[in-house]
Design a binder for this molecule. Sequence first.
Ligand code: KG4
Ligand code: ZN
Length: 362
Amino acid sequence: MIRMLGIETSCDETAASVVALDDSGRPRILSNVVLSQIDDHAAFGGVVPEIAARAHVEALDGLVEAALDEAELELRHVDGIAATAGPGLIGGLIVGLMTAKAMASASGKPLIPVNHLEGHALTARLTDDVAFPYLLLLVSGGHTQVILVRGVGDYERWASTIDDALGEAFDKTAKLLGLPYPGGPNVERQAARGDASRFTFPRPLKGEARLDFSFSGLKTAVRQAASAIAPLSENDVADICASFQRAITETLAERVGRSLDRFRALYPDVTASALVVAGGVAANQAIRATLNTLCKRHGMRLIAPPIALCSDNAAMIAWAGIERLRAGLQVEEPMAMAPRSRWPLDEDAAPIIGSGKRGAKA
Ligand code: KG4
Ligand code: ZN
């Protein structure tokens, strides 16, 4: 039996959780508490790093206590403390990692620094029986990536966005249409009653051999369409949202479809192959339906963990800690590890052409 305390503070959710792996190898979430800061940031239309860091400081101790209480455990009962060490907003990362370090040094428990993206990448093994290798589509407010997951700590990035993350594209579109933050769920709601064929928005990078994504051109096209017909009626807003969402689903179908082709060609003998989807945008039903159809066509399984475990949470961090512990993959001097605002899962990945970044994008 392994019991792991997890701490997550990399963006605008403060979270703590205890996850156990019983002797028969079955994982169990004993507690999973998340405090969203959405209300603190809503007035600014996006996450304000300073406000986020302060809110983490105020909430974290209480959340850790609540997670232990709910699991009916004390700190001395856990086998390790896993905390997100990056990538993310540096202020929040410092709060979470330093708290974990203090608790580890006071209790003598091992500290396991975890890459936030690895947490997302391994969640499917907490919720479903998924064997390596599999393909991960991570779509959140900060990340849009396709990653080949070969094993714990063994990742190859196949695609990333050269500009906006997918969730960011939803949020920016919502903002320019006057819809409240966070935009994704509101755009989806509007899209459901709109006419998706009214506007033709671009499908960026379509036809290019690379597997990367680009969403900023789409956002610009939405802005131009909106200003051309302003002031917008309620139906105009719904039609723009529906047309925007259609451009997104078609783009994903084309891009992700080619990643699935590549996976099938690389692993022709893997019969139970799977596409795992993670990140807050995975809540979108139209996107889920698109991926479902795509997977069926490729003879692959689509695994979408429950929404609460797709968006940011600490159970995924505790679980990644357990996976690392049992794989014997601990960082050499965890107490000396500094938080990293950028920390790509695939450290060897080449910089993304067109991203304007010197290093690989996290
Ligand atoms: O993973 P997540 O909870 O947090 C971070 O990115 O840190 O993802 C949040 C993102 C936001 O951009 C939000 O607008 C988007 O996920 N999102 C959605 C939906 N629900 C959340 N995007 C599209 N459709 C949704 N239903
Ligand atoms: Zn995340």
